[in-house]
Design a protein around this ligand. Structure first.
Ligand SMILES: [Zn+2]
Length: 298
């Protein structure tokens, strides 16, 4: 199988690996290349963590323990869904609704670091998309401590064959990184590090949050009021700038239809619809830390 002949590069995202494999294969087009290896993956988004295309790619490489932590951002999703690394490939499909793109204030296209691009070109003669740069809301390269960038014409789907070296104009993911954004990113870095070292701690974040607020002790109507009160407190402590960066709802002048994060996370949390992108859970975890001195990571 020609696909397996190409080695991944350090921390290369699996979709970038797939794209590079095709570009070097000599195949007529990306789709025909994929057909030869029984893949049909056309949604190659930076935030695409689940779905059949993703699961098929993981299965082809056949080394989940190495692949998922080093070549995807899926470990962070353990916050919302529990263990992923040990789960069967087919179960990844059931979380497809969590490939949310449109709810966030921060950019969700493919990101790169100019220092990484240069280092990769020097060393490998080609650039590639790093998995670590694609963690949602992260705006600094953890290796070089330099700003992460997105293409001026955002690269949403690398099915259309774009590597970082093909982009001519870049913008910063966070043009003005204020203290509130830096505080959030430091927290997220702490969580990402824990994802690699202490999975059980990560899997406990969601149950701890649910237990702390204990929304089930209220009757249905009171639950809504309770969540509204919590949301007000949360909004005041988090501040507009961070909320706007995280969630698109807060960027609209008209806040009608704004999501109450506590309603969507806590009410009916046992249903699959209550399972969302980890950023929702981590924003609440961060608020508990800065306002209530409750560290759900400990
Ligand atoms: Zn870098």
């Amino acid at each position: 199988m020609m696909f397996l002949n190409l080695q991944s590069l350090p921390n290369e995202h699996v979709f970038s690996w797939l794209l590079r494999s095709y570009l070097l294969s000599g195949a007529a087009n990306f789709l025909s290349f994929q057909k030869q290896i029984n893949i049909d993956a056309t949604k190659l988004y930076a935030n695409q963590v689940f779905g059949s295309g993703f699961a098929d790619i993981i299965q082809i490489f056949d080394n989940r323990q190495k692949l998922i932590p080093n070549h995807t951002t899926a470990l962070l999703w353990q916050v919302s869904v529990g263990e992923i690394v040990s789960s069967k490939p087919s179960s990844l499909d059931s979380f497809e609704h969590m490939n949310e793109q449109q709810f966030f204030g921060h950019d969700t296209s493919w990101h790169a670091c100019e220092h990484c691009i240069k280092a990769d070109m020097d060393r490998y003669g080609i650039s590639y998309w790093h998995a670590e740069h694609q963690y949602p809301s992260v705006f600094t390269c953890f290796k070089h401590l330099k700003p992460l960038l997105f293409a001026k014409e955002p690269v949403k789907n690398i099915y259309f064959e774009v590597l970082p070296q093909n982009v001519t104009t870049w913008n910063r993911v966070a043009p003005e990184a204020s203290q509130s954004l830096i505080g959030w990113q430091c927290y997220l870095k702490e969580v990402i590090d824990l994802c690699h070292t202490n999975t059980s701690c990560i899997a406990q974040i969601k149950p701890k949050i649910i237990k702390y607020f204990n929304v089930d002790k209220y009757k249905q109507r009171e639950q809504k009021l309770y969540c509204e009160r919590l949301n007000l407190e949360y909004e005041q402590a988090m501040g507009n700038q961070l909320l706007q960066y995280l969630f698109r709802d807060y960027s609209r002048e008209n806040l009608r239809g704004k999501t109450n994060v506590f309603s969507i996370l806590l009410i009916n949390h046992f249903k699959s619809s209550g399972v969302r992108n980890p950023i929702y859970w981590l924003a609440v975890a961060y608020w508990l830390k800065i306002s209530k001195q409750l560290d759900v990571l400990s």
